[in-house]
Design a protein around this ligand. Structure first.
Ligand SMILES: [Zn+2]
Length: 244
């Protein structure tokens, strides 16, 4: 299984769900669901990366959590109420295994093991959102951008990321000029290469040294909840997460 959560399902849970798991491809910036919207599906990313973002009345949005092949999007809504607590947007396009929300809920109600796994995952997302709040309030833009790029790299399995500076600024809740200055600095230091909306991570180890502690903290949360395998789903050879 290319998704950590699916790989942790018991054979009987997987057998029950398998006929309802549909692979699909989603493009960058596609909105899976809006805040307070009733949702009909849950999403297990295999190569796509999803941002859970908080939207503000002026149209701004700030990322609370990033989910990729180490998780599921929409599981809390599946377990109760079906209402999305935030916007889910495709950050990096790719494949996602989609499941009907009622099917997952029904399977979880029949299997305490599956229910416990989904609840544990929601704890990991909650911990990530808490970390993001602390990060936003206390850490420098440079360190936050490094953290953000590393997690995007781990979840997408590639060193080449397609992001505009506007998008990065939006996710980090900072001005575009701040992102431009930091990206320039990281490029000068030989950590990344940046050109026309494409970022290449050149030195993941040094990027990790420059990232705030939140990168390692979030990885540690996932390892605590899902075991050492939590970092093994990541596809990049010599992952910074594994190195740390
Ligand atoms: Zn931080």
């Amino acid at each position: 299984m290319k998704n950590l959560l699916l790989s942790l399902f018991s054979p009987s849970d997987l057998k029950r769900l398998e006929p309802h798991l549909k692979p699909a491809r989603f493009e960058q910036h596609h909105v899976l669901f809006e805040t307070d919207e009733q949702i009909g599906h849950v999403y297990f990313p295999t190569s796509a990366v999803v941002s859970l973002v908080v939207t503000l009345s002026n149209g701004d949005m700030i990322e609370a959590a990033m989910i990729g092949n180490d998780g599921v999007v929409g599981a809390s809504a599946a377990l109760d109420g079906k209402i999305a607590p935030c916007r889910g947007i495709i950050q990096l396009g790719g494949e996602i295994v989609v499941c009907d929300i009622d099917v997952l809920k029904s399977a979880a109600l029949q299997s305490p093991k599956l229910l416990a796994l989904l609840i544990r995952h929601e704890q990991a997302v909650y911990a990530q959102a808490q970390q993001s709040a602390a990060c936003f309030a206390t850490h420098r833009v440079e360190a936050r951008l490094c953290r953000w790029l590393l997690r995007a790299r781990d979840l997408s399995g590639t060193d080449k990321l397609t992001f505009t500076q506007e998008y990065l600024a939006e996710m980090l809740g900072v001005r575009r000029t701040s992102v431009t200055a930091v990206a320039h600095m990281l490029q000068e230091a030989g950590l990344i290469k940046y050109a026309r909306g494409k970022i290449q991570i050149v030195n993941a180890k040094e990027l990790q040294d420059s990232a705030c502690e939140c990168y390692a903290s979030v990885n540690a949360h996932y390892r605590k909840l899902f075991g050492a395998g939590a970092n093994n789903t990541r596809g990049v050879k010599g992952s910074a997460a594994q190195a740390g």
